[in-house]
Design a protein around this ligand. Structure first.
Ligand code: HEM
Length: 402
């Protein structure tokens, strides 16, 4: 089992594009002046959860009402729909308050973000799917909670549901009346609240060496944001993908709104990319480590694409993980080397980007290989290899049994 030392943190930080200088146990010192609120209480977000919905979901679970709640929500999909009338009244009242954009949301920026997501969807898909997806398996708190919650037993379904979130957030009408993101984020908020109540009752999670009494704090959600949104921003810049300042700002804004919708307090939501990267240096890189749960989750996730026969080999996938996350993470997860694929990716990926972005006139030799790769991932993650549609998020009623 690899150890996390200061040197490991530094090399990891470099590989991922973050500074990674804080110690794994550093106290919270990110300044709330860098938040969308501009000020804060100073409370460490590690001790902040989502009190109202946590209590409501706990009552629903203890009262055996989860099937009825899922049933009442079965047709609740679009932002334009009102909160289903068949829900328990406390939940309904909560959702009526939560099912709207924050007052500081800027619809023009959100529209620009939607357009940016459409223009850069190929890269974002690979960064979220491979970079963020596999990085989540080396974030111990996330790996342990995902593994020991209900969805951990069926990672294909779980991956498809998680991709619904990314898909609905990136969709062209994500925040419009015709979009789905308000509903998807509220469903996710409810799932997280359910997990906070149920996971501490799992003997497996209790025995896993976890280091928090209640999972999915505001701090944990911010870590996940940095392993996806902030990581994407870093990689796009590193790969030389052209992005205007307005595009970058809009992209961040869609994540700021997403974090708010997931119950993160405004005092922790970074106001600028510089603030976000500073926060990531402090809380993401020092947290990365190997766990047996994460190892197994990574194997399952990487195995998913093998089921979709579009000519993508496991060796190619392994090397793409290493290309994004570095050899340290690749070695932790024991990803076998494939020297031929390593060269194709190292030399071909920058050319693929350059051609797609009209920075070079001649189509590179491996252009279609990369295109197939993205398609294979989409098919594997989105809907069990059958069609590119999303899977509805429902409230779990139990933990992973074994
Ligand atoms: C469920 C997204 C942060 C643990 C979900 C689901 C989505 C999602 C879409 C629903 C999928 C499903 O029901 O299977 C996100 C996003 C996050 C975030 C966008 C932050 C930006 C976290 C963190 C943790 C976590 C920090 C743990 C430390 C879980 C667990 C489930 C879940 C355990 C339930 C799995 C199940 O039993 O079905 N999340 N999540 N999530 N999430 Fe998160």
């Amino acid at each position: 089992m690899p150890d996390i030392t200061r040197r490991t943190v530094l090399t990891l930080g470099a590989a991922l594009g973050f500074a990674g200088v804080a110690s794994p146990t550093a106290a919270w010192s990110w300044p709330s002046t860098g938040s969308v609120l501009g000020s804060g209480s100073g409370t460490d977000p590690q001790w902040v959860w989502d009190d109202d919905i946590d209590r409501i979901m706990a009552d629903i679970i203890d009262g055996g009402q989860v099937p009825a709640v899922n049933h009442a929500m079965r047709n609740w999909v679009y932002n334009s729909q009102s909160v289903p009338s068949g829900l328990p009244s406390e939940l309904r009242t909560f959702l009526q308050g939560a099912n709207r954009l924050p007052s500081w949301a800027d619809i023009w920026k959100l529209r620009r973000a939607a357009d940016f997501n459409r223009r850069k969807d190929t890269y974002l898909f690979l960064i979220y799917g491979i970079g963020g997806g596999i990085m989540s398996t080396v974030i111990p708190r996330e790996a342990r909670s995902v593994y020991w919650s209900k969805g951990g037993a069926d990672m294909q379904d779980r991956a498809a549901k998680t991709f619904s979130f990314g898909y609905d957030l990136s969709d062209i009408d994500a925040f419009e009346w015709t979009g789905e993101f308000l509903v998807t984020s509220n469903r996710t908020r409810m799932v997280h609240a359910a997990v906070r109540h149920m996971l501490p009752q799992s003997p497996h999670w209790q025995a896993s060496g976890h280091d928090e009494q209640i999972p999915i704090s505001n701090h944990d959600i911010l870590v996940t944001f940095h392993s996806t949104g902030t990581f994407a921003h870093k990689k796009l810049k590193e790969w030389g993908v052209p992005m205007s300042n307005a595009d970058q700002d809009a992209f961040l804004h869609s994540w700021q709104v997403a974090l708010h919708m997931l119950g993160v307090r405004d005092e922790y939501i970074p106001a600028t990319w510089a603030d976000a990267h500073a926060q990531a240096d402090q809380i993401l890189t020092p947290k990365l480590a190997w766990t047996p749960e994460g190892q197994e989750l990574a194997e399952v996730l990487l195995g998913l694409t093998a089921q979709v026969d579009l000519g993508v080999t496991r060796g190619f996938l392994n090397e793409f993980v290493r290309y994004q996350l570095g050899d340290e993470v690749g070695d932790w997860l024991g990803l076998e080397r494939d020297p031929a694929s390593e060269v194709i990716i190292r030399e071909g990926w920058p050319l693929y980007i350059a051609f797609r972005e009209s920075l070079i006139p001649i189509m590179p030799a491996n252009f279609y290989l990369f295109d197939q790769f993205v398609r294979a991932l989409a098919m594997a993650f989105l809907n069990k290899g059958t069609s590119p549609t999303t899977t509805m998020i429902t409230i779990p009623d139990m933990n992973r049994p074994t």
